[in-house]
Design a protein around this ligand. Structure first.
Ligand SMILES: *Cc1c(COP(=O)(O)O)cnc(C)c1O
Length: 755
């Protein structure tokens, strides 16, 4: 949609006389791309406040804002339009409802726990085939903010709209329904996802059904393709349009590439709107040292669409996004090479095979490469990947976000979350986690050693970082990278103060570690007076927080001890507070603490293992819907049939009792598969079947019994993950999941993906 600021103000119920034309609504400052046509909504959420970004966006060229209050430094500005609304999110929603009222077309509204996006994309592709002009939610924009932004994309000449509505709490659907006002309501499969936000399953279903209430047609089903077919019929179209259309994957992943390249591979529908989303994801991973390259296939489009116009629009998008190099693959994009030619370095090829013939790794160097096209493009990704081990640790970043939000939902909105990414994110890799958590509103990151903090800063992480065990030798680096040390002794504190003086720092933030019962590190009761004296004698450092660590939060029979730690913490922090002339924050709870003692959340909590989808408590005590984040897998590289009494591996420890098919898997104890898992003590999953280890685990290899599993060379072997809980391996080893996860060797390739 394109509207003037005046019309928009009217729609929201405010006043403005500005004729400035707005084509783009923005709620996340990082996604800015057309500043002069952008209207920014300064939305307040539990964890962030859009007003913080108003001045920066003004500097970057934005001249129209919806705010709840004009920021003080902006009151003198006279060449920008400010619409002052009581609540910026509601204003956005009201605007979307207005935009919806401008058109009288069939609108499909889809809700449910699973399959929304897949159904929407199936219907979308079929409608394009039928020559319809369709507006739809990009990717899975289905939230209180995503839905209005999707609806804004309606244009006057659209034939059909298809929107998703997602909710995770009671009471959210009313707003979405008023915005979407579907004529065809669709309910896909309901699962236990997000049950936590509702009192009961019935309540959740009832909330979802609110979307369907005033629809002319209601469709329900848990088979994606059938549901899509029914939607097409409801629109008066043939379900045969679905023939040949594949269900899309919403997966978007990041891989290391050859020659210091980083690759983003997106399997989602290849059309301009989805391309814009993928480019936005790409822009957030940019660094000065890499060029920005796009490998793009023919775009999905409407039958009869003007392709000159389509590719000209795409070229414009790529130029604004700062793409330096384009490789177009496909007959249509090649046929429209003129659109790109003068704007950026571009090369065109007719087919993926031609690319694979012509290009090798020497053609790419220090580039951030977005790969977006049909399924054959996976071969391009393979060509450009760093050669790697057959074994991978896959990390689901959406699961990290879901877990983060699950914990957030049991905390007060103003409680800060310190995300523990020490030990390289408990083995999963700190950087991608940090990026994800930074954008989802974690208050702090915490690492154990300085190198970890420095690496995060070098990679562009700007949020505050606590350094937990800072026996520091290089204070200059500490200061330069803005790492905030935890301080646990007078000696450390004195050194820190001296160094702060040397480097001219004042008020350097520190976190005071108190020992209330762990008896590991920290100030004890009788050291507090000395501590207060030292802190009051200097302006070199300033206490940002005081904290302590629970020794028994996960021990169900040690509640008294835990309570004694809370008492000690109260006492010691009171003393500290009485002695210091300023306020500081307090925090105590780790993951188990959050689950068992939420009333002790103080100002912040330190969330560790729970982020990774692992509960420190037994299942019956775990009331949060945690999702596994990491899965370790390898592949079968050799298969042999052996007769009974054959022995397998070192020391002949694996003795076959029957005719067996034995697979060799290139992962061993040097990769983090503990040797104690050998000789049948653990099973790995192949084709959904549990296959026990046979014989001793070797350094780089292990053998498993795949008899009856119908296994082939190249089949995936899951060591742990969604089908093989890491908790089971930990139990077998007599240890905790923390150790199993943190032991995955750095030589195992990490792959990060979004669903
Ligand atoms: C590791 C750590 C945590 C997080 O513990 P989890 O059990 O993983 O939640 C919290 N606080 C401190 C000081 C830690 O070292």
């Amino acid at each position: 949609m394109i509207l003037s600021v005046k019309e928009i103000a009217d729609a929201i119920g405010c006043a403005s006389t500005s004729e400035r034309m707005i084509s783009t609504l923005l709620t996340d400052s990082r996604s800015l791309c057309r500043p002069d046509e952008t209207l920014f909504f300064a939305i307040k959420t539990d964890v962030n406040d859009g007003h913080r970004y108003v001045a920066e966006l003004y500097r970057r060229g934005v001249r129209a804002f919806v705010v709840e209050k004009i920021p003080d430094i902006m009151t003198e500005v006279c060449d920008a339009d400010f619409i002052v609304a009581g609540n910026a999110l509601e204003a956005l929603q009201r605007l979307a409802a207005y935009v919806r009222s401008l058109v009288d077309i069939p609108v499909v509204g889809i809700t449910g726990s699973r399959g929304k996006t897949v159904v929407k994309e199936l219907v979308y592709a079929a409608l394009l085939k039928a020559g319809k002009k369709v507006v739809r939610s990009p990717r899975s924009w289905n939230s209180q903010i995503g839905v209005p932004l999707s609806v804004w994309r309606i244009e006057y000449d659209c034939d059909v709209a298809v929107f998703e509505a997602g909710i995770d709490h009671c009471g959210q659907m009313d707003a979405l329904k008023d915005i979407i006002r579907p004529t065809i309501g669709v309910l896909t499969e309901i699962t236990d996802e997000h049950d936590g936000g509702f009192d009961s399953r019935e309540q959740k279903v009832a909330e979802k059904c609110k979307l369907l209430k005033d629809c002319r047609t209601v469709i329900e089903g848990d088979d994606n393709r059938k549901t899509a077919a029914m939607i097409l019929e409801a629109l008066g179209l043939s379900p045969d349009l679905l023939d040949g259309i594949e269900e899309v994957s919403t997966r978007l992943d990041v891989h290391d590439g050859v020659n210091d390249c980083l690759m983003i591979y997106d399997e989602f529908t290849d059309d301009p709107a989805s391309l814009a989303g993928a480019i936005d994801f790409m822009r957030r991973r940019r660094t000065a040292s890499r060029r920005n390259t796009l490998i793009l296939g023919d775009l999905l489009h409407r039958k009869g669409e003007d392709l000159n116009l389509l590719y000209a629009r795409v070229a414009d998008l790529l130029q604004i996004a700062g793409i330096d190099r384009l490789i177009g693959i496909g007959s249509e994009i090649s046929g429209h090479s003129d659109a790109f030619d003068p704007l950026m370095a571009s090369e065109f090829l007719a087919t993926t095979d031609e690319f694979l013939e012509k290009y090798n790794i020497s053609h790419f160097d220090s580039e951030l490469i977005l790969i977006k096209g049909d399924t054959s493009f996976v071969e391009i990704r393979r060509r450009l990947e760093t050669p790697r081990h057959q074994s991978i640790l896959e990390v689901n970043l959406d699961a990290v976000v879901a877990n983060f939000n699950a914990y957030r939902s049991v905390l007060n909105p103003q409680t800060g979350i310190v995300a523990m990414v020490k030990a390289s994110g408990y083995g999963t890799g700190a950087l991608e986690l940090a990026k994800t958590l930074q954008s989802h509103g974690a208050a702090y990151l915490a690492v154990a050693v300085a190198e970890e903090g420095v690496a995060l800063r070098r990679a562009g992480i700007t949020m505050p970082i606590i350094l937990l065990n800072p026996v520091t030798t290089n204070y200059q680096a500490l200061f330069a990278y803005g790492l905030e040390p935890a301080v646990f002794s007078i000696r450390e504190l004195e050194m820190l103060i001296d160094e702060a003086r040397r480097y001219g720092r004042t008020d350097y933030p520190v976190h005071i570690k108190l020992d209330t019962g762990m008896h590991r590190l920290g100030f004890i009761d009788n050291e507090i007076d000395g501590l207060v004296g030292l802190l009051c004698s200097t302006d070199r450092v300033k206490v940002s927080s005081a904290f302590s660590h629970l020794a028994t939060a996960d021990c169900l029979d040690q509640n008294e001890y835990t309570e004694s730690q809370f008492d000690a913490f109260e006492r010691m922090t009171m003393k500290l507070a009485a002695g210091l002339p300023y306020a500081f924050r307090r925090h105590m709870l780790n993951t188990a603490g959050i689950m068992r003692y939420p009333e002790r959340q103080y100002d912040m909590v330190r969330l560790g293992i729970g982020l990774y989808g692992i509960s420190p408590l037994p299942p019956e005590e775990t009331h949060l819907p945690l999702r596994p984040v990491a899965s370790l897998s390898s592949t079968i590289i050799s298969l042999k049939e052996w007769s009974p009494a054959t022995t397998i591996g070192y020391s002949r420890k694996g003795v076959l009792e029957r005719e067996s098919v034995i697979a060799t898997v290139p992962i061993g104890y040097a990769d983090g598969v503990d040797r104690h898992l050998g000789c049948g003590r653990a099973s790995f999953i192949v084709n959904g079947k549990r296959c026990p280890t046979v014989g001793n685990i070797c350094m780089d290899l292990c053998m498993i019994d795949v008899t009856g599993a119908d296994a082939g060379i190249g089949d995936r072997v899951e060591i742990f993950g969604p089908d093989a809980p890491i908790e089971v391996l930990a139990d077998t080893l007599g240890t905790i999941p923390y150790e199993v996860l943190a032991s995955v060797s750095p030589r195992i390739h990490r792959i990060y993906y979004r669903e």
